[in-house]
Design a protein around this ligand. Structure first.
Ligand SMILES: *Cc1c(COP(=O)(O)O)cnc(C)c1O
Length: 388
């Protein structure tokens, strides 16, 4: 059997060729393999230069100061550092913060946020989980209603990993800044896809992951606003790297790759958005003759390459089994080992049956038009066969 068509770019992406090329330069004896923290020789200086170039490249994509970029091992760590770090930093502060034990997030966050919030509940924090509207979006009004005088932090994702919808983080940020409530945004799914301008946005912390944007796995960053005065307690103690926010020898090759991935994204973003949007519309148009499809989430307020659809009248497991030619996801990659209906789809009102027979298809940089057409044909054939 041929290799399936890869349509799971929201789970991870292959690295861009420019990324793997630059990473190779920071590994072997011929290259720049030094420890960026070595101050006494050029092996270290060159590695440090590479890391600082990468920091500029990431900062440039999201319009922040390079000094606001803290390297981590990925968005899971960034989310942990942001949420636990803020709670811990303010926990024992005297004055107005010491009674702030309330957090706000949503029901459809990534597990890295939800499980961190669950942990904090066990530590005496109270968490409000906002339920998105049926289109999957958290509104400013909901946040306005949820925020209380003891609210310390609001954590919301920019783009949802399953249904691709985009939250109004600018409006929410403006409101929270006025209220004096800290705001963390998980931007793992929006970096390089949706325009982010951190000089404009009123955001204190933002999480990024390299492997969702054609960079390597195992590396990411947390943006820490230098002007808003946010405090974050480090979660990884050690040599005091990253201005004390996160200790550990920097992974030069990973970071150089992440930086290059951001530089490429900055170049191609606008054009790529158009192409993927065209693919998405084409895919849906090819399926208009198929009845009983539920396209989940707001169709317009979403990242270009995401389609999430539920299929009426077929068994979810049988459907996935029959789509072996397509590398797609049912629900999020992290929960796809279990047969529980997706908590994201449930939260936006899908029935168990529809949630279980839902497929996430995400197009990306290396998707070709012929693959989009083929995928739609296969979907149509399989659905028709399973229903008859
Ligand atoms: C992938 C993802 C994460 C986790 O990122 P890792 O770098 O894989 O740890 C967190 N949040 C969202 C929204 C994601 O899509």
């Amino acid at each position: 059997m041929n290799s399936p068509i890869y349509l799971d770019y929201a789970a991870t992406t292959p690295v861009d060729p420019a990324v793997s090329e630059v990473m190779m330069r920071y590994l072997g004896i011929e290259g720049v393999f030094g420890n960026p923290a070595s101050r006494s020789h050029r092996f270290g200086w060159q590695a440090e230069q590479a890391v600082e170039l990468a920091r500029k490249q990431v900062a440039s994509l999201v319009h922040c100061d390079p000094r606001e970029v803290v390297w981590t091992s990925g968005a899971t760590e960034s989310n942990n550092l942001a949420i636990k770090g803020v709670c811990e930093f303010y926990r024992d502060q005297a004055g107005s913060y010491d009674k702030k034990r309330h957090l706000v997030t949503s029901l459809i966050e990534h597990k890295a946020v939800l499980d961190t919030c669950k942990y904090l509940e066990s530590q005496g924090y109270e968490v409000t989980y906002l339920k998105p509207d049926e289109k999957g979006i958290i509104t400013l009004e909901q946040v306005e209603e949820a925020v209380r005088s003891d609210t310390l932090l609001v954590s919301l994702m920019h783009v949802n990993n399953e249904i691709g919808v985009i939250n109004p983080i600018h409006a929410i940020g403006d409101f929270l800044r006025k209220k004096g409530v800290w705001f963390h945004v998980d931007a793992a799914q929006s970096l390089g896809k949706v325009h982010i301008d951190l000089t404009e946005a009123k955001i204190d912390l933002m999480s990024f992951s390299a492997h969702k944007v054609y960079g390597p796995k195992g590396v990411g960053a947390l943006y820490v606003n230098r002007h808003s005065g946010i405090g974050v307690a480090c979660q990884m103690h050690g040599g005091g790297h990253e201005r004390g926010f996160r200790s550990g020898t920097l992974a030069t090759h990973q970071l150089a790759g992440f930086g290059m991935a951001c530089a490429v994204a900055k170049d191609v973003m606008v054009e790529e958005e158009k192409r993927l949007r065209y693919f998405r519309e084409l895919f849906r148009a090819q399926l208009t003759s198929v009845a009983g499809l539920h396209f989940h989430g707001d169709w317009d307020l979403r990242v270009a390459g995401n389609v999430n659809l539920g299929v009426e009248g077929v068994d979810g497991e049988v459907l996935l089994m029959s789509l072996q030619e397509l590398a797609v996801s049912s629900g999020s990659a992290c929960t796809s080992a279990s047969v529980e209906p997706s908590y994201v789809l449930k939260a936006i009102g899908a029935s168990d049956a529809i949630a279980l027979s839902s497929i996430r298809i995400t197009f990306g940089r290396f998707t070709e038009e012929s693959e989009v057409v083929k995928a739609a044909q296969i979907m149509e054939q399989v659905i028709t066969r399973l229903r008859s």
